[in-house]
Design a protein around this ligand. Structure first.
Ligand code: BGC
Length: 287
């Protein structure tokens, strides 16, 4: 089948977050927003009117967080930086406390921070396993728990939103697609799937909405190897029916919608944004 040539980057035709989705008066915490998908989520949420906490994990990531804050300022938005390791309970609690002290409330959590430590199974060390589970799964649990404690206390403020709070967990196509050589990562995202759904079921009666986004291959530092060279990009396109890599704002724009009242009846759902990667494209022929 004839495929269109891959799009160039940055794709000028990609629309920016729809500012008709108004998040004015809302406060969002975006974990891991010093780079990649988190950075785009932070900027797109700010463009839609939310005040954004730009979280980064350690001193070395401060420059990236500063770049996010600068991009937010450039489009007239407001942000503050918060260094916190999401796998550390005290750090997470401090980040939420300081946000409330500064801005009075939190309405949106994007539990995005995530890492990869790849190795084939017989070489995968316990440290690599633990590091990925700690950030990708325990980190999301700690942030979700803190957000829910706060959302319950705040209740529904109809002038702000239909919901008492919105949580968007950053999962992956690998909550569904097995991934050889990345067992720790796939296991962490499989964990996010059932964590998200179980929390969503528990807190929906409190008008708290919890959902996930499952990105496919998005052009970020985490998967540079998969798109940096033309050969790698071509091989990647064999897994993407839509025949272009995802850009971080593909996810950022979806996050804005999922945080807005436009998606108010959406609860406990995994939204795949992946150019069709979840459609098992290797079955296009044969099978
Ligand atoms: C991973 C990327 C990968 C993509 C598709 C993501 O969750 O972080 O490294 O390219 O899934 O396989």
């Amino acid at each position: 089948m004839q495929k269109l040539p891959p799009s160039s980057y940055p794709d000028p035709k990609l629309p920016k977050a729809d500012t008709a989705l108004n998040l004015n008066g809302q406060v969002a915490i975006v974990t891991g927003s010093s780079s990649g998908i988190g950075q785009a989520c932070a900027v797109d949420l700010a463009r839609a009117g939310a005040k954004v906490v730009v979280n980064y994990p350690f001193e070395g990531a401060k420059e990236g967080a500063g770049a996010t804050a600068a991009a937010i300022a450039k489009c007239g938005g407001t942000s503050r930086l918060a260094m916190a390791d999401v796998s550390n309970e005290a750090d997470v609690q401090r980040m939420f406390r300081e946000t409330v002290e500064a801005w009075g409330a939190v309405h949106i959590l994007v539990a995005n921070a995530g890492i990869q430590r790849d190795a084939c199974i017989e070489e995968l060390t316990l440290d690599q396993w633990n590091a990925v589970i700690a950030v990708n799964l325990t980190g999301q649990f700690l942030c979700c728990r803190e957000a829910i404690r706060l959302f319950k206390k705040q209740g529904v403020l109809p002038e702000v939103s239909c919901a008492a709070g919105k949580i968007i967990c950053m999962s992956s196509v690998h909550e569904q697609i097995p991934w050889a050589g990345h067992v720790n990562y796939a296991a962490s995202k499989g964990g996010v799937l059932m964590m998200m759904k179980s929390i969503a079921q528990e807190v929906a009666p409190h008008r708290i909405r919890v959902n996930s986004i499952c990105p496919g291959a998005i052009r970020t530092p985490i998967n540079e190897e998969a798109w940096k060279t033309p050969e790698a990009y071509d091989a990647l396109m064999g897994l993407v029916p839509y025949n272009r890599i995802g850009e971080p704002t593909d996810i950022g724009r979806a996050v804005v919608w999922m945080a807005s009242d436009e998606s108010d009846y959406m609860i406990g759902h995994s939204l795949f944004i992946d150019g069709g990667m979840n459609l098992y494209p290797s079955f296009e022929h044969g099978g």
